[in-house]
Design a protein around this ligand. Structure first.
Ligand code: DAH
Length: 344
């Protein structure tokens, strides 16, 4: 019997060497160490042997069992290690390979312009605010001195959203001016704010008109604010954005929420004032509407026009890069043609 056990051990060791995965290891375990294995049988039948044989065989069988168990464990470890090494080898990154070129994004020209405009005004002490794109009739028109039957409503072709008992109610703001009212309602003077934002007009588009565009609104309210403050602030702004030499034109204009109202135009950069397609052959491009805040507007938000006065302005954002770079169609900004956008 001892001889048989020795042979069994040799055979077991040899077979273990050829087991290459956990499934084969398990088969090997069942075969040599399992309940039905020869070794277990021998150990179970020890009691039937004569005493002297029992001691020898028993001791030997137990040693063989131990050594088989150890060998199994070792083989398991070494298989696991080589599996790990192999998988690491397979996933190895070759750091000498050339990388993929990653395209770098950038801000939209409109965003860049808004940031620049805000910086100029922030240096003068203005705070930046933002307001809702969906507005009430009250803020977009009524509170700005444009009642329902006012002819000035024709200036603003409006996208209406809903109405209340036949009365039109909510809309997409046609300008950023409603934020003047929202801010004045809650803030006692002194006020110095600018408001960048999207505006919408229900109009046929052409080279200078889009149904969605950006404006920056400005408002300053305090004691003793005069037309000189308005003019100084806006001329300074124009010089910062368009350069010291650029000619600036300052003329009367009409907006219901200011009195008096003015319009500021810049000498056309494309034709240097000679007249071209971009400036409609006038040599000038209007970029700003402005004026002294109408006393009726102040009164409506509870600010006493006998004590306070203010100026306001609104400027078309896309006009700035159009002027600077000679872009002759505002629609290019929002077509998302990457060939256009990546130039800025
Ligand atoms: N909201 C006017 C528009 O969209 C522009 C404007 C004019 C704004 C005069 C002002 C202002 O604040 O004082 O045409």
């Amino acid at each position: 019997m001892l001889e048989e056990l020795e042979k069994l051990q040799l055979q077991a060791f040899a077979e273990l060497e050829s087991a290459v995965d956990s499934r084969e290891l398990e088969q090997w375990r069942i075969c040599y160490l399992g309940k039905k294995s020869r070794l277990t049988q021998v150990l179970r039948s020890l009691s039937t042997l004569p005493l002297d044989e029992r001691r020898n065989t028993g001791a030997r069988a137990n040693t063989i069992k131990k050594s088989l168990e150890n060998a199994l464990e070792e083989r398991g470890h070494s298989l696991e290690t080589s599996r790990l090494v192999l998988s690491l080898e397979n996933k190895r990154v070759d750091i000498t390979l050339p990388g993929y070129p990653m395209p770098i994004g950038r801000s939209h020209p409109t965003t860049q312009t808004i940031e620049e405009i805000c910086q100029v005004f922030q240096k003068m002490g203005f705070q930046v605010f933002e307001g809702p794109d969906v507005e009430w009739d009250y803020y977009n028109f009524e509170a700005l001195n444009i009642p329902a039957d006012h002819p000035a409503r024709d200036m603003f072709a409006t996208f209406w959203i809903d109405s209340n008992r036949g009365k039109r109610n909510r809309l997409l703001r046609t300008h950023t001016s409603p934020m003047q009212i929202r801010v004045m309602e809650h803030t006692p003077p002194p006020i110095r704010i600018i408001v960048p934002g999207r505006c919408y007009r229900y109009e046929a588009t052409d080279t200078t008109h889009e149904s969605m565009f950006y404006q920056v609104e400005g408002l300053a309210v305090d004691k003793n604010i005069t037309m000189a403050d308005l003019k100084g602030t806006l001329f300074d702004f124009c010089r910062c954005i368009f350069g010291e030499e650029r000619k600036v034109r300052f003329r009367c204009d009409y907006f219901p929420f200011v009195e008096p109202g003015v319009e500021i135009a810049i000498e056309c950069l494309a034709c240097h004032g000679n007249g071209c397609r971009i400036c409609g052959y006038s040599g000038w491009i209007e970029i700003l509407g402005a004026g002294m805040v109408n006393p009726d507007v102040l009164r409506r938000v509870g600010i006493d026009p006998e004590v306070y006065s203010g100026f306001a302005f609104g400027l078309g954002v896309e006009r700035v890069p159009m002027l600077r770079y000679g872009i002759d169609d505002i629609r290019l900004f929002y077509n998302n043609d990457i060939r256009f956008l990546r130039q800025f």
